[in-house]
Design a protein around this ligand. Structure first.
Ligand code: HEM
Length: 451
């Protein structure tokens, strides 16, 4: 009938149809049917959260395929992985994609955390999601770490052995107090992780269960709550000026779906492309009596391993715990909502950020230089008490300098947000430098090497 087309395509009908597309679909309804144009700016989120979600899905999919051929026993794990690489059709590529996706997830979760912090997106009642995010950050690290052991080759065996020694770091303190015999906290954490004093079948079974069931399920639940909270909080963070302008909202369908689809396809395309060139390593089968030298933990824990080389307790327990405490406490200490949704909180924040970067580079590099060139307390005073070595080393000094500087910034600027930017930035830069030292500048016997 003439005119019917006009009625069925009236703006109101199209509007309702598009809203229904989102709300009636089980998978799509995690999105709000209407979104702020600001949230679609690529330079605001960089799509990092979505990339993370897709990487997680790809890891589950490739992980299930790998599991069809993998055997979690010390006798056959190595050979089953070798078969996946050399015998199973497409096995090599699937394994490469799985490994690449896991490294990409660690890097992306770190970048996502930086973007959320620097846009002040924990403000405006978003503190619960920030804390859930910190938990997700830890779970992502452990998901990757637990997968590390599964190939049961020299690399994985010694990396996890180092990881389990880091878990036992509290022993330095309990040994000094002379109470390890009655209260062995380090030993408790080590046994919790690997089931005994050394990495063996119990550790492999534990890591397998963590990697394929416990941690993915935990991450799945946390992701669901994370996304639900974003909807409950009225969408992504945005500057205060935009908050009330409801009329600016866009319909999510179909534009957001096209954007997400193109991100998804790009992530897959990149992973497939790189999987042809970057091989997941598989060294000789694990040999517990022949340590690798240097034995290194996975790269994302090398910053901690570097700190542990100064003091087990300070580097393996004290500093990581303080760091997590700091991350969790940020939204409780800083409530300056005027900075929400503004990258680096404007010019003043950028200035604070640059000074914090300089401070961090200077503090870490000077101490490492002194240590490499002239040694540290134990070299200067061979009989010095271990208490001094544990409490006065580059790990603890760095923390104290950063904390003191952020208190100074707080007083000088009168702003908790500026103090948070200072402490967060200096800590992150130090973490990156210590990790880089661990990756590129440590050789046999953990000697400093300059290639
Ligand atoms: C596997 C881990 C994670 C996944 C899958 C994930 C997913 C997402 C997604 C899809 C978004 C919305 C889009 C975007 O911001 O790109 C988001 C936002 C958010 N994420 Fe995450 N995230 C993860 C980890 C984290 C971490 C480590 C933190 C911080 C500690 C965090 C805190 C937040 C917050 C506060 C928001 C709201 C941001 C805003 O309102 O602008 N997330 N996340």
């Amino acid at each position: 009938m003439p005119g019917t087309d006009n009625i069925s395509n009236s703006p109101e009908k199209i509007y309702r149809k598009r809203v229904r597309k989102i709300t009636r679909n089980f998978f799509l309804h995690i999105h709000s049917p209407r979104i702020y144009p600001f949230s679609m700016k690529p330079g605001y989120t960089f799509g990092l959260g979505i990339v993370l979600g897709f990487l997680f899905l790809i890891m589950i999919f490739t992980g299930v395929l790998l599991m069809l051929h993998y055997t979690p026993s010390v006798e056959s794990a190595y050979n089953s992985v070798k078969d996946i690489v050399h015998v199973v059709p497409g096995g090599r590529i699937i394994r490469n994609i799985h490994r690449l996706a896991s490294h990409a997830m660690v890097i992306t979760v770190f970048l996502h955390l930086l973007r959320v912090f620097y846009t002040g997106s924990y403000l405006g009642g978003r503190y619960v999601n920030w804390i859930i995010g910190v938990a997700m950050f830890v779970v992502v690290l452990f998901m990757s770490f637990s997968g590390y052991l599964l190939p049961w080759d020299q690399l994985s065996y010694w990396a996890v052995t180092i990881g389990s020694n880091i878990a036992a770091s509290a022993r330095e303190l309990t040994d000094l107090l002379g109470i390890t015999g009655i209260l062995d906290i380090g030993g408790f954490f080590q046994r919790l992780l690997i089931g005994s004093e050394t990495v063996g079948q119990t550790a492999l079974t534990r890591f397998f269960m963590l990697h394929v069931i416990f941690l993915p399920l935990t991450l799945l639940v946390l992701t669901a709550v994370h996304l639900w909270r974003i909807r409950k909080e009225g969408g992504l963070s945005r500057p205060v000026a935009i908050s009330s302008r409801e009329t600016d909202k866009l319909l999510a369908w179909p534009m957001l779906m096209w954007v997400e689809l193109s991100i998804f396809l790009s992530v897959i395309a990149l992973l497939v492309l790189f999987s042809f060139f970057i091989e997941a390593p598989l060294l000789e089968p694990a040999n517990p009596s022949h340590p690798e030298n240097p034995a290194k933990s996975p790269w994302y824990f090398l910053g901690i391993q570097e700190l542990v080389s100064y003091s087990a307790f300070a580097g393996g327990l004290l500093v990581p715990v303080l760091f997590l405490y700091f991350l969790v406490s940020i939204p409780y200490k800083d409530k300056e909502e005027q900075y929400i949704g503004v990258w680096f909180s404007g010019r003043r924040g950028i200035k604070v950020l640059l000074y914090a970067i300089l401070l961090s580079v200077f503090t870490v590099c000077v101490q490492v230089f002194v240590m490499v060139r002239w040694g540290w307390l134990r070299n200067w005073f061979p009989d010095i008490s271990q208490w001094f070595v544990m409490l006065v080393n580059p790990a603890t000094i760095t923390v104290m300098i950063f904390a003191a500087y952020s208190v100074y910034i707080r007083r000088k600027s009168g702003s908790s947000r500026m103090a948070a930017i200072s402490l967060f930035t200096s800590s992150m830069v130090a973490l990156i430098i210590f990790t880089a030292i661990g990756i590129w500048f440590r050789g046999a016997n953990w000697e400093f090497v300059f290639r």
